[in-house]
Design a protein around this ligand. Structure first.
Ligand code: NAP
Length: 257
């Protein structure tokens, strides 16, 4: 049994939907005070209301992680509403599809700005709060795509997700003196609004290529993040946990027989 996270103040960027919502719910279920962040205030507040209806503590805020002013406002809201800041789950991300031939420089920048620069700006803004905590934790949602695997149509996305790991390997060194740990969860294919939008054909063919024969649930990522945020994970930093149902292990589809 891990030491309870109850009473800890947690920010989840991209917490209104999908994996971020799963992370927010898992932390709240375990007693944390959760600030749900997304660009759309009504969605962030709706998720916070769902959490409160289930007995948890949460509030929502609109912030765009590509803007430093917004991430600073988000960090300040955690301080004023929840009395401090212990955990940043830097999860907000986008994954529009486009081959190199199709992508414009603006398409590229939008994905890198959200997924990679957004991780940097979120951590930068949260640093004063995390430094003041006796258990500062940063959990980044990266992906298998980029750090481990490739997928046509997602060069920009893969670059952003691999970039997050380059960022974390130095961030963890810079922050070690404050006893802040920085780790990442690398999801495989998780059933989210964003992934469902890719269509039934994508979801079905993907499930067939996973040894556990199913897409992951958002809570699967939530519990990996919860462990990395726990007191017991204090000596783990600069590391990654792959949560993918075994998907990256296949050398060929014959391995599934
Ligand atoms: P999703 O269902 O589309 O949700 C994305 C969340 O991020 C929403 O809350 C969205 O709200 C928010 N968001 C997007 N851009 C933002 C911005 N600039 N500032 C603040 N919030 C922003 O996506 P998901 O599938 O849960 O993905 C979440 C994370 O997991 C991403 O980092 C993604 O790369 C990673 N991931 C997902 C999968 C998967 O299978 N789903 C696999 C590997 C990795 P607004 O649009 O209202 O801002």
């Amino acid at each position: 049994m891990l030491t309870s996270i109850a009473g800890r103040s947690v920010i989840v960027t991209g917490g209104s939907k999908g994996i971020g919502k799963g992370i927010a719910k898992v932390f709240a279920k375990n007693g944390a005070k959760v600030l749900v962040v997304s660009r759309t205030l009504s969605d962030a507040e709706a998720t916070a209301e769902e959490i409160k209806a289930a007995g948890g503590t949460a509030s929502g805020i609109a912030a765009d992680v590509t803007k430093l002013d917004d991430t600073q406002a988000m960090a300040e809201a955690a301080q004023s509403r929840h009395g401090g800041l212990d955990v940043l789950c830097a999860n907000a991300g986008i994954f529009p599809q486009g081959t190199i031939e199709e992508l414009s420089p603006e398409d590229w920048d939008q994905v890198l700005d959200t997924n990679l620069k957004g991780t940097f700006l979120s951590l930068k803004a949260c640093l004063p709060g995390l430094k003041a905590s006796d258990q500062g934790r940063v959990v980044i949602t990266s992906s298998i795509t980029g750090p481990v695997t490739g997928f046509p149509g997602w060069t920009h996305y893969g670059a952003s997700k691999a970039g997050q790991l380059g960022f974390l390997r130095t961030a963890c060194l810079e922050l070690a003196k404050y006893k802040i740990t920085v780790n990442a969860v690398l999801p495989g294919n998780i059933k989210t609004e964003g992934l469902i939008a890719l269509g039934e054909e994508y979801l079905q063919s993907m499930a067939q290529s996973i040894p556990l024969k199913a897409l992951g649930e958002v809570e699967d990522i939530g519990y990996a993040a919860l462990f990395l945020a726990s007191k017991e994970a204090a000596y783990i930093t600069g590391q990654t946990i792959i949560v993918d149902g075994g998907q990256i292990l296949l050398e060929s589809l014959d391995a599934l027989k």
